[in-house]
Design a protein around this ligand. Structure first.
Ligand SMILES: [Zn+2]
Length: 313
């Protein structure tokens, strides 16, 4: 009996040692920030509707995807209220298909959650959906609207993501999904609202090189950019019928082309140096106070788009 136990132990010891080494290596890698291991940067962006992320960070996503980094867009509602003629399940189905096509065009993932459009509230249930999404994506960067946006769904998306930050590392919450080893960097999309405070451009990325890709992505949201939004603005008659002509028209719309704003120039020049003078289109982001606060070195690793020769602080 004892002999057989010893034999079993002598067989199992090397297996145990190997197993222990594996666990140790896995643990070390899990605790290191992804970007420190030359791993792809993992970005997850949240929007209230299935075109919000595209407008705020479509260019940034196209740049990451082109370099082999991983981006996922998540719409917290299914968009089933955003049209003048269609609604409900029919519209939700159409908008999900448009979002998936938009993602396909730039090489990212897109998920549309089945919460109703125009009725989003910062409930515990949706907060847990957000925590799960961030954890499952193993995000290094999380992007969301500011909670001072004009649309209630946008505002509550901002609140929900704020409420998920920090909680993503707490193991006792949403315990069906492993917590992140450390809090990601949380960013806000740019917006034009000034109360209670204006957007602050901390990170500005030129999208001149991917503007065509971004317009092509937006073009997939036919129900929005050629039907619903022009209808809300009284511009429906202006939209060309021909698919090529309407895409050209879309590229002239200010919400699509994202011209560089004067108040973004300082952050742009900080990282692009002399090249900043040539930048015409950009996307800007504010670093929130709720997530990891990245050093300048980390920012340059997480946003691998700035010229090597750019000035450093
Ligand atoms: Zn929206």
């Amino acid at each position: 009996m004892r002999k057989s136990l010893e034999r079993r132990m002598s067989v199992n010891l090397p297996v145990c040692a190997g197993w222990f080494a594996c666990v140790l290596i896995a643990l070390v890698f899990a605790l290191l920030p992804a970007q420190a291991q030359n791993q792809p940067v993992r970005v997850i962006a949240f929007g209230a509707h299935p075109d919000d992320c595209d407008l705020g960070a479509g260019g940034l996503a196209a740049k990451y995807a082109a370099l082999g980094h991983k981006v996922k867009f998540v719409s917290l509602t299914n968009g089933d209220a955003g049209h003048q003629l269609q609604h409900g399940v029919e519209l939700a189905k159409r908008r999900r298909a448009e979002a998936l096509e938009a993602a396909r065009r730039i090489g990212i993932e897109y998920e549309v959650l089945d919460n109703h459009d125009g009725k989003l509230l910062p409930t515990l249930e949706v907060r847990e959906q957000v925590i799960r999404e961030i954890r499952q994506w193993k995000a290094d960067i999380v992007i969301a609207p500011r909670p001072s946006d004009y649309h209630p769904d946008h505002r509550y998306t901002g609140v929900l993501v704020q409420d998920a930050s920090y909680m993503v590392i707490v193991p006792n919450l949403v315990s069906d999904t492993p917590p992140l080893p450390r809090n990601p960097v949380f960013l806000y999309y740019s917006d034009r609202f000034t109360r209670p405070q204006a957007f602050r451009a901390d990170i500005v990325v030129s999208i001149d090189d991917v503007l065509e890709k971004k317009i092509n992505m937006l073009d997939a949201h036919v129900s929005q950019f050629y039907e619903w939004l022009p209808w809300t603005e009284g511009l429906l008659e202006q939209v060309p019928k021909d698919p090529t002509e309407r895409k050209t028209w879309l590229a002239t719309r200010s919400r699509a082309e994202r011209k560089l704003q004067p108040e973004w120039r300082e952050a742009l020049e900080k990282r692009y140096g002399a090249q900043a003078a040539h930048v015409q289109h950009a996307e800007a982001f504010e670093i929130t106070e709720y997530g990891h606060q990245p050093s300048e070195e980390e920012i340059r690793r997480l946003f691998p788009f700035f010229p090597e020769s750019g000035p450093r602080p």
